[in-house]
Design a protein around this ligand. Structure first.
Ligand SMILES: [Zn+2]
Length: 371
């Protein structure tokens, strides 16, 4: 169940998604735990940062360690040791990568395991069976993705197949307790986007993700599509923009009516020395930080900034110490949490567009010490 508690004039919303494992306050950013782990962090730390939900990958876990291992542990939550909400992605996106992908037919997607080159066919039915057995709180349908720039005919075929597969996923679901989200397709074509959303809404899902975006289209085009999709999708269902990257893009998408996000960017960038701050993006590996006694971000109340200097973290990164990557990841995820909290506050006070301008401009640093 999803309740919207506040909508501002731009269409940005605050809400609460109820799952079998608890409540997810939206707008929500989810850390990515593809293999069942938020890289370099314990779940005690992830929970301590205040995350209500994370997203794992059903297809990757099916390949390794395999469903039997996870079922024997009592399901994915028990296996990982995380009792809050878990989303599972079907893995359709990964399967498009050339190292896995073989072909798509009406039946499903054939691919080879990158681990042992074994052959697998993922169908809408098997995709749901895997997620039922994992016991995630929110399952994603299998969708038919086409690359950015695909022609009208290929896009139309993708929209129609995505609809047929979504229906098959819904019919295959054997669990009442798990929510099932559909994924709209249609590239940047407004007519096909509408057609995809309309068809999926008619079948009826617990939430809707906007798929096939953030793969090369201009920013304005994405904002337009999101606003149009938000008008079509039911008001009482969460809207999930999958795999979207930067903090400013996420605020843009919230302004366009999106509720839930995930991205590997904050964690991956952290492991590659990049810190998100309200003063801008900092590469802590750079020589200039060698003897800098300030924290990563002045005023930040995360564990890393409260306890350590840029100089220390710079030293750990240069020495290839894992702790350096952990401390960077903690800071970036804390930054994302602050960004969501400040965005929520701005929605409530109906000054989101002002906030959006501020965080992308020179006065962004005034938010550094907030929350
Ligand atoms: Zn910090």
């Amino acid at each position: 169940m999803f309740e919207v508690t506040h909508v501002d004039p731009s269409g940005a919303r605050i809400g609460r998604l109820h799952t079998a494992s608890g409540v997810v306050e939206t707008p929500a950013f989810m850390p990515v735990a593809t293999n069942g782990s938020v890289k370099t962090l314990s779940f005690e730390t992830v929970a301590g940062l205040g995350f209500d939900a994370l997203i794992s990958n059903a297809f990757v876990l099916y390949l390794r360690p395999g469903l039997e291992v996870i079922e024997a542990a009592g399901g994915l939550h028990m296996f990982m040791g995380w009792d809050r909400t878990v989303f599972t992605d079907s893995g359709g996106f990964q399967m498009l990568s050339p190292e896995f992908y073989e072909k798509t037919s009406e039946k499903g997607v054939s691919f080879r395991s990158p681990l042992d080159r074994s052959r697998h066919l993922l169908t809408p039915e098997s995709c749901i069976d895997i997620q039922n057995r994992l016991g995630s709180d929110v399952m994603m349908v299998l969708d038919d993705l086409v690359p950015f720039g695909s022609s009208g005919d290929a896009l139309l075929a993708s929209v129609e197949r995505t609809t047929r597969w979504a229906r098959r996923c819904k019919e295959a679901n054997r669990s009442d307790g798990q929510l099932l989200f559909a994924i709209t397709q249609g590239g940047t074509d407004p007519v096909l986007r509408r057609r995809s959303a309309d068809a999926l809404v008619e079948i009826g899902f617990d939430g809707y993700a906007i798929g096939g975006l953030s793969i090369g289209e201009p920013k304005e085009v994405m904002s337009r599509i999101l606003r149009e999709q938000a008008e079509i999708l039911p008001k009482n269902r969460p809207r999930y923009l999958m795999g979207l990257g930067s903090p400013t893009e996420i605020i843009d998408a919230i302004t366009s009516g999106m509720d839930i996000f995930d991205s590997t960017f904050p964690t991956r960038n952290a492991r590659h020395n990049g810190a998100y701050t309200f003063q801008g993006y900092l590469n802590i590996y750079r020589g200039g930080f060698k003897d800098d006694t300030a924290p990563i971000e002045d005023g930040c109340k995360c564990y890393s900034c409260k306890n350590h200097s840029r100089a220390y973290i710079h030293h750990l990164l240069r020495s290839r110490e894992q702790t350096g990557k952990s401390l960077m990841t903690i800071h970036n995820l804390y930054f994302m949490q602050r960004l969501m909290a400040l965005t929520k506050e701005a929605i409530r006070e109906e000054r989101l567009s002002e906030f959006k301008e501020e965080v992308s401009g020179p006065v962004a640093s005034k938010y550094a010490g907030r929350l």
